[in-house]
Ligand binder design. Sequence first.
Ligand SMILES: [Zn+2]
Length: 230
Amino acid sequence: MIVIIFGSPGSGKGTQSELISSSFNLHTFETSKLLEYEFNNSNDDNFFEVDGEKFYIKDEKKIWETGGLCSPPFVTQLVLKEIRRLHNEGKGIVFSGSPRTIYEGEKIAPVLKELYPNKIKVILLDVSAEDAIHRNSNRRICTLMRHSILFSEETKHLKFCPIDGSELKRRKGLDDPETIKVRLIEFRKRTMPLLDFFNNNDLPVNKIDGADTPVNVFNNIVRVLKDDKN
Ligand SMILES: [Zn+2]
């Protein structure tokens, strides 16, 4: 099975991806980790050639190190290679936060359809901007494993991570309300065209209310994953 899960910052996407991955035994696909691995393990002079254009590792590494987004053709080649590798190993995949560009979506959708026919589910965790800002600016991260604890009635009194017992701390910068507003706008701008693309290509997007408690959200996702009609 393939699960592609979209959600703005504060939608609980990370938590739900982890839950889906362990419940359905799926590999969690994180493009950022894939890029990091490639940059640390391949020769700087290596390149990918896409449509006659060469994308050198060293150039992409430079973009990545300065916080920019790597060239979509380069990222897409890497993603496709990894999808084929996982498919060869007989693994299913949950995509968390990717594809990130329409270019990437257009390239990977046909490959996924070919390798995993009728086994692809697309999910959007829907939260309002107010909720996202509220939950993010009150989010805490555990100091040991960086588990993300979103703000809720159930979690607001927690001082320590319920999974590993380490102290919970707020993240400076990334979770400030002003930064979150920018991240939300960027998310919308980037993701809306992708959702349209999937809806128009026989991969309907299943919208799930992300403002509910994590356990309810998860149960709603499971319902979609087990339903043959979505
Ligand atoms: Zn933890």
